[in-house]
Structure formats: C-alpha cells, structure tokens
Design a protein around this ligand. Structure first.
Ligand SMILES: [Zn+2]
Length: 69
C-alpha cells in the first residue's frame, strides 16, 4: 500500500504524463476557451503539455420553477 503524498495540495488532481509516465506539474490555471469553467495546464519534464478543462455547472441543469414555492 503506497503512502499518500502530502506534498501536493488535495485540490490539485494528480495527472500522469501519457508519454513518459511521470507525474505532471500544474503550470497554469486560466479561464476556459468556451463555456464557464477553467482550464488547468499541466506540463512535464519531457515537454508534454496537457490541458484539462473543468466545467462548472452554472445556470443550467436542474431548474424547477414549479417547485420553487
Ligand atoms: Zn512526460
């Protein structure tokens, strides 16, 4: 059973590089290109870059005005 790594912030997901298998580094967090949410940019020592977009459900989805009262 591997010991948990306490050096990483729990809010930051751990991303493994698909090219070399190393743990990627969170390089930048910025707004998404479209829709609401934000894009996390990870990069690796091998030069591979990975963008992960987190979408935030805002203003869509479960809206039930008939049940508001
Ligand atoms: Zn890599």
């Amino acid at each position: 059973m591997p010991a948990p790594e306490r050096t990483l912030h729990p809010a930051i997901p751990r991303v493994t590089c698909p090219r070399c298998g190393s743990l990627m580094r969170l390089a930048q967090i910025g707004p998404a290109f479209a829709d609401d949410g934000e894009t996390e940019t990870f990069d690796c020592t091998c030069g591979f870059t990975y963008n992960h977009t987190i979408r935030q459900a805002r203003g869509s989805g479960h809206s039930d005005p008939a049940n508001a009262a």
